[in-house]
Ligand binder design. Structure first.
Ligand SMILES: O=C(O)C(=O)C[C@@H](O)[C@H](O)CO
Ligand SMILES: [Mg+2]
Length: 382
């Protein structure tokens, strides 16, 4: 079998789907994208084609290593997202050829169902209580929200109190009948992280995500010494070679690689396994589309340390397109009592509605996150 064609489709709300065709008619789908840089990743996929056309799609490991190493420069958000989507599609092809779901090719199920969580509160966390009430009725009992709005590198006690008050209201309303993670989203700089964590401690959030920006990872062990709140990070780290330094330094309790940013299934299974050796749990980042989510679930179902899975149904980014809009087998993604079952169809287990993808790609928006500014006019971390 040989790879014959790669076709990318940028589609609403902010995703990109990749179709890889072969000379025997078997097709694989991937989701290479960096939110807000879809065209850049699209070009990166096109630049990687030379390593793929005419090659045997079954040789995933060799194709992955070639894409990673052969161009001399390596790593980073763009290249690793391009490799990620290609890798996902190659696993999809392999599973379809062998008639097995990807998790079977990776050693089989380590659990029967996977715990999912839902976002609430949007970019500027507000009316959280009502949203949690609604989602609880849908079976969710685990949530994530942004902890703050814009926050200066050194900000006021009032801003800290605002963040804490929101969390206090959640615990007041729901007690420990629900769990919730707080995403600092890189908005909190090192000078503020310690005091914010201290004030949040009594409310025992399930985790705090990106307590500081990934480029400040040396603070993770220092912050972990000051709090019992599990610290989580990973969505802005792109390969084993970045994660290894963070694992060795300590401080992280939860690692959140993104299956569409960190080299795909081939790389994230290795990251998950490395994390397990450090007693670090896995909770893949996934605010994206169905192929990304399916890829996450296959890694979750073979990773003992997988504890939580993000999914984008109803997320505040999904304007103009929803998680399952391009999926034919929507029922396979049903969440029951807050859990997802394994995707048992061959490959990734996503039957893509190609007609709808092609139609939607005709007027795909160039999604960009908003540019926030502090009161003094300086740019704020969004
Ligand atoms: O889902 C998360 O945890 C996020 O922090 C969302 C962020 O990654 C946006 O997708 C960036 O555009
Ligand atoms: Mg996040």
């Amino acid at each position: 079998m040989k790879i014959t064609k790669l076709t990318t489709y940028r589609v609403p709300p902010r995703w990109m789907l990749l179709k890889i065709e072969t000379d025997e008619g078997v097709v694989g789908w991937g989701e290479p994208v960096i939110e807000g840089r879809a065209r850049t990743v699209e070009t990166a996929v096109q630049e990687l084609e030379g390593y793929l056309i005419g090659q045997d799609p079954a040789r995933i490991n060799d194709l992955w290593q070639t894409m990673y190493r052969a161009g001399f420069y390596r790593g980073g958000a763009i290249l690793m997202s391009a490799i990620a989507g290609i890798d996902q599609a190659l696993w999809d092809i392999k599973g379809k050829v062998l008639g097995k779901p990807v998790y079977e090719l990776l050693g089989g199920l380590v659990r029967d169902r996977m715990k999912m969580y839902s976002w609430v509160g949007g970019d500027r966390p507000a009316d959280i209580i009502a949203q949690i009430e609604t989602l609880r009725k849908g079976g969710f009992n685990c949530f994530k929200m942004n902890a703050t709005e814009e926050l200066g590198m050194l900000d006021t006690s009032a801003k800290v109190d605002e963040a804490v008050q929101r969390v206090a209201e959640i615990r007041e309303a729901f007690g420990t009948s629900i769990e919730f993670g707080l995403d600092f989203h890189g908005r909190v700089a090192a000078p503020m992280a310690k005091s914010l964590l201290r004030e949040l401690e009594p409310f025992r959030p399930l985790f705090v995500e990106e307590p500081v920006l990934a480029e400040q990872a040396e603070y993770y062990p220092r912050l972990a010494e000051t709090t019992s709140i599990p610290l989580a990070a990973g969505e802005r780290m792109y390969s084993r070679f970045e994660f290894k330094n963070v694992f060795a330094a300590g401080g992280l309790s939860i690692v959140q690689p993104d299956l569409s940013h960190a080299g795909g299934i081939t790389e994230c299974v290795k990251i998950a396994s490395m994390a397990e050796a450090y007693d670090i749990t896995l909770a893949p980042h996934c605010p994206l589309g169905p192929v990304a989510l399916a890829s996450c679930l296959h890694v979750d179902f073979v990773s003992y340390n997988a504890v939580l899975q993000e999914q984008s149904m109803g997320i505040h980014y999904n304007k103009g397109g929803e998680l399952l809009d391009y999926v034919v087998n929507k029922e396979d993604f049903k969440i029951v009592d807050g859990y997802c079952n394994p995707l048992t169809k061959p490959g990734l287990g996503v039957i893509v509605d190609e007609e709808r993808v092609i139609a939607a790609s005709k007027n795909a928006p160039d999604w960009r996150n908003p540019v926030w500014r502090h009161e003094d006019g300086s740019v704020a971390e969004w």
